[in-house]
Design a binder for this molecule. Structure first.
Ligand code: SF4
Ligand code: SF4
Length: 550
């Protein structure tokens, strides 16, 4: 067995995973789906359909807006009945006719074809914030990646989506891992899985033998929450420490979860856009729990009713797990690309939190914090809105795992305090960045317009001089010099685009919840400048000026 290492802290909440074991099934085809345009990290997608349009399963209905965004596809066939700023509604025809992309053989297709396919298919990370898979897979262009980690730890109580994915589709998951490893340049694949998933471990061991070309190691780790946190898993599997404010790529690692790898493979091999996902339906308030393939946009109420929801005993509906998930106020939500679990809990199962009492400075929160933070101090400074101290105590390194709140004898909702503080600080940062960027963009645009005007004048004068005088050899070198300078400007503009892309991809991965409009604007400006530089170069070439010197 592969050697494993320890991360600091962690807790052992009741697992409650048994209830949703059993074979994966398909949920009934919904009569109506409501697809949210903001169901991924980054900017919401832009609708490309109108009311009355007929669609098939897989028809593109919204395109990505900016670099960090994702396309969206119809998840049932039928007619578009509503389009607004936030959602697209489709009423189904019950026929389920499909529109697939042309299947690709990933071993022979080139990287650009595969990345374009992931982008066209709207594949995003299915285990977390819905980060676009094609951007994440491009990491190898910016940093050296040696290991692809398949994050199958699934440490949150109740959720069994990755467990069942591996039990039933282990071969495909590993093929998806080989595909993504080929894109990011990884030299090995390591699957990290907790030791409470015995059937999935056995399916993986069988599948590993046939997985080519990279070697795959299955690393079985002790069950402890939150072993599935990226930093914690990388420490446990590889004994590498992701630096503060860093990314797994900084230590040569790309992490993906099994569901994302399966979706990536299906988009390439089968030409299937991301139109459905596996969802764990569980909790004591439903009679028929288990994992279902669910079309994106399915109303939660429809899904839970089909699973035998008893509304009279339902106390709390949670999207995600009980530690990191989101309690929902009602049944009005819809399944999105990031909905991995719905817990319909009774009062006995997830009782209301006892009233908060003052901190007794017991230090229990610090002992369990997997990020080596001081939760007690963060709590004080979050409530005091002391931003300097929050930065000093590394608020943004908190992964919101809830382990501190879980052990706090005073029942202080610590994570709620941290989330509130983060939201406030993100808003402040965004406003500052927007103001700064608007100023820079204005100045940059003014300078560019002045430069373009000067260049036009110079070209006009050169042409006039050429027509009226016999040019000497030395005069004829001037347009060549002009072309050279335009080529240099084009190269610089390309480099600026690459840099802006890198900055945006990194910032968005570090904090997917933060809006990155400022960096998207910076990238758009750099792309605009590149287009202008290319147009000027083409214009100069077309003007019939002398051939470029190599
Ligand atoms: S666990 Fe709760 S009571 Fe104990 S130090 Fe932390 S915040 Fe204070
Ligand atoms: S929620 Fe944040 S502060 Fe609390 S234990 Fe987890 S990482 Fe540490």
């Amino acid at each position: 067995m592969a050697r494993t290492f320890e991360f600091h802290g962690g807790v052992y909440p009741p697992e409650r995973k048994q209830r949703s074991q059993g074979p994966v099934r398909h949920a009934r085809l919904p009569g109506r789906v409501v697809l949210r345009l903001d169901q991924h990290a980054g900017r919401p997608a832009l609708a490309t359909v109108a009311v009355g349009d007929s669609v098939k399963v897989g028809t593109p209905i919204a395109r990505r807006d900016g670099m960090i965004s994702a396309a969206l596809h119809a998840s049932i066939s039928g007619q578009v009945t509503q389009v607004d700023r936030h959602t697209i509604t489709i009423d189904g025809d019950g026929v389920d006719t499909w529109q697939r992309l042309t299947p690709l053989e990933w071993r022979t297709a080139n990287a650009e074809q595969l990345l374009t396919r992931l982008e066209q298919s709207g594949v995003v990370g299915l285990g977390g914030a819905g980060f676009p898979a094609h951007i994440k897979a491009r990491v190898g262009e910016r940093q050296r990646i040696d290991t692809l980690v398949v994050n199958a730890a699934e440490c949150e109580p109740y959720i069994t989506v990755d467990d069942l994915t591996l039990q039933q589709y282990a071969l495909d998951v590993l093929e998806g891992a080989q595909l993504i490893a080929s894109l990011c340049g990884a030299k090995q694949i390591v699957v990290g899985i907790e030791d409470n998933k015995t059937e999935a471990i056995s399916a993986l061991h069988q599948a590993v033998a046939g997985s080519q070309p990279l070697s795959v190691t299955v690393s079985v780790i002790a069950t402890r929450y939150p072993s599935g946190g990226e930093r914690q898993l990388i420490k446990t599997l590889l004994n590498r420490d992701v630096p503060d404010k860093g990314l797994p790529a900084d230590v040569g690692v790309l992490c993906q979860n099994p569901g994302t790898l399966l979706a990536a493979l299906r988009s390439v091999r089968d030409g299937e856009p991301l139109i459905e996902r596996l969802v764990t339906l569980t909790g004591e308030a439903i009679a028929d729990p288990g994992n279902r393939w669910v079309r994106i946009g399915t109303p939660m109420a429809t899904l839970l009713d089909e699973a035998g929801l008893n509304r009279s005993v339902l106390h709390q509906l949670v999207e995600g797990g009980p530690m990191m998930g989101t309690p929902l106020a009602d049944l009005e939500g819809v399944v999105t690309k990031t909905t991995n679990c719905l817990i319909a809990a009774t009062r006995d199962e997830l009782p209301p939190a006892p009233p908060e009492s003052p901190c007794i400075r017991c230090g229990a929160c610090e002992e369990v914090c997997p990020a080596n933070l001081l939760p007690q101090q963060l709590h004080w400074y979050a409530r005091a809105q002391d931003d300097a101290k929050l930065a000093h105590y590394r608020l943004f390194d908190c992964i919101e795992c809830n382990a501190c709140s879980y052990v706090c004898p005073s029942h202080i909702p610590l994570v709620a305090d941290y989330r509130h503080a983060k939201t406030r600080l993100r808003h402040q940062r965004l406003e500052t960045a927007k103001a700064e960027h608007a100023k820079h963009r204005f100045e940059w645009r003014q300078a560019r317009l002045a430069r373009e005007e000067a260049e036009k004048q110079a070209r006009r004068q050169a042409r006039r001089a050429k027509q009226t005088t016999q040019q000497t050899d030395s005069q004829a070198t001037s347009p060549q010099a002009d072309l050279r300078s335009l080529r240099i400007a084009q190269t610089a503009a390309k480099a600026a685009v690459r840099k802006a892309e890198k900055n945006l991809a990194r910032a968005a991965q570090q904090d997917p919840q933060q809006p990155h409009d400022d960096l998207e604007i910076q990238l758009a400006t750099a792309q605009e400048n590149l287009q202008a530089a290319e147009a000027r170069l083409a214009e100069a070439r077309e003007a019939g000026e002398p051939q470029e010197t190599p």
